[in-house]
Ligand binder design. Structure first.
Ligand code: NAD
Length: 356
């Protein structure tokens, strides 16, 4: 075995149906009693339901429900002002990556203890990273202080996640694990997490298509999302994540859908240089017949996943722009970045072709 470094992130994870009821007890354990709850406008009812359960010795100082995609700085500043006026002693983010991004942006600035109750499979709750947008430009920063202190996974809150979003959010999670398998800082422990996470999602996502309320499928999907998010929080990502960042930020394409569409193409590009990682990925995907790209194409077909960026409004003329931006940023990737080949990766994703 080759030498490696492994640095687990020091967060406390609570997992299981009904776990959200443990929030009050956890606050008490940490000597906290005045939470500020964060949510999107669409999930304010989940924030209110949580607030209603926090009665004994806890005073919720307010619900700030303006979280939105890409963590715009002006919303963070508004939330900071709201917090300053109400003097909470902690933050509770209840929602997906957008709400968690706001919680991270606020807590890293005001130092409040941050509890996260995730409701999608994006994985942000277990990473020390936040992407923030100023004047339409998204920049990412990483700092151990950004990592939330406590994560409460409760599948009951994922039951309302629409099937389409469950699928794309689950593939977004698989993307973290897939790129972790060939990460420069990869290691055998992260590989175990990645393969187990991919297996859990690959068996649960097709099941959710038939029964969106399946307790076993929701449980598997959330477990997989945690493992895959942990990979994202532990090792560096490359081509696939960089491409999605470029496409989302520059052409305003939706986050999890973009990840879903680009993943097989980005992996097919890197595959010749990382046979070991592709074997691990193939082993974790059912019906792969030993070929990771075949397995991924089958999973996407079986889950009715979106396949083309064109359908989300990307113009053909944007392909060249995207290729230029993608090759303009220097980052480590297992295969050298060649502009014409990257353009073809983007074109295939734009057109909605099967990866090969
Ligand atoms: P999201 O948080 O934007 O949620 C999408 C929509 O679904 C929102 O309207 C939300 O309120 C709603 N929703 C979420 N959970 C729901 C549920 N259970 N039931 C009903 N509706 C629900 O989507 P996302 O994909 O989770 O997050 C995307 C954002 O997260 C992007 O900005 C991305 O950059 C960021 N992200 C960051 C990291 C990181 O490590 N920093 C990791 C992954 C994603």
């Amino acid at each position: 075995m080759e030498a490696f470094e492994y640095r687990p992130n020091p967060a406390h994870i609570i997992f299981g149906s009904g776990s959200v009821a443990k929030t009050g007890h956890q606050l008490k354990q940490h000597g906290l009693s005045k939470p500020l709850i964060l949510s999107t406008p669409e999930q304010v009812s989940q924030a209110e339901a949580l607030s209603a359960t926090l009665t004994e010795d806890v005073k919720v100082v307010g619900i700030f429900s303006e979280a939105t995609m890409h963590t715009p700085l002006h919303i963070t500043e508004k939330a900071l002002q709201y917090a300053q006026e109400r003097e909470p002693d902690c933050l509770i983010s209840i929602g997906g990556g957008s709400t968690i991004g706001l919680g991270k942006a606020v807590s890293v600035r005001n130092g409040l203890f941050h509890i996260v109750i995730p409701t999608t499979y994006a994985g942000s709750e277990v990473t020390p990273v936040v992407g923030e947008t100023v004047d339409g430009k998204k920049t990412t920063r990483s700092d151990p202080k950004i990592l939330p202190s406590l994560v409460i996974y409760d599948i009951d809150l994922t039951m309302t996640l629409p099937v389409g979003m469950s699928v794309t959010s689950g593939i977004n999670a698989i993307a973290h694990a897939a790129e972790a398998l060939y990460a420069q800082s990869g290691n055998p422990i992260t590989n175990l997490f990645a393969q187990e996470g991919i297996r859990a999602l690959a068996r649960s996502l097709p099941e959710l298509l038939h029964d969106k309320s399946s307790v076993s499928a929701r449980s598997d999907a959330q477990y997989g999302a945690w493992l895959c998010g942990t990979c994202l929080g532990s090792v560096g990502m490359s081509l696939h994540h960089k491409l999605c960042h470029t496409l989302g930020g520059s052409f305003n394409l939706p986050h999890s859908e973009t990840h879903t569409i680009v993943l097989p193409h980005a992996l097919a590009y890197n595959a010749p240089k990382v046979p070991g990682a592709m074997k691990m990925l193939a082993d974790a995907l059912p019906e792969s017949n030993g070929d990771a790209i075949v397995g991924l194409n089958k999973l996407l077909a079986k889950t009715n996943a979106p396949r083309s960026l064109k359908a989300f409004g990307m113009k053909e003329s944007d392909i060249d722009k995207a290729a230029d931006i993608a090759v303009g940023n220097a980052y480590w990737n297992p295969r050298a970045i060649e502009r014409d080949l990257i353009r073809e990766v983007i074109r295939r994703a734009w057109a909605g072709e099967d990866a090969r």
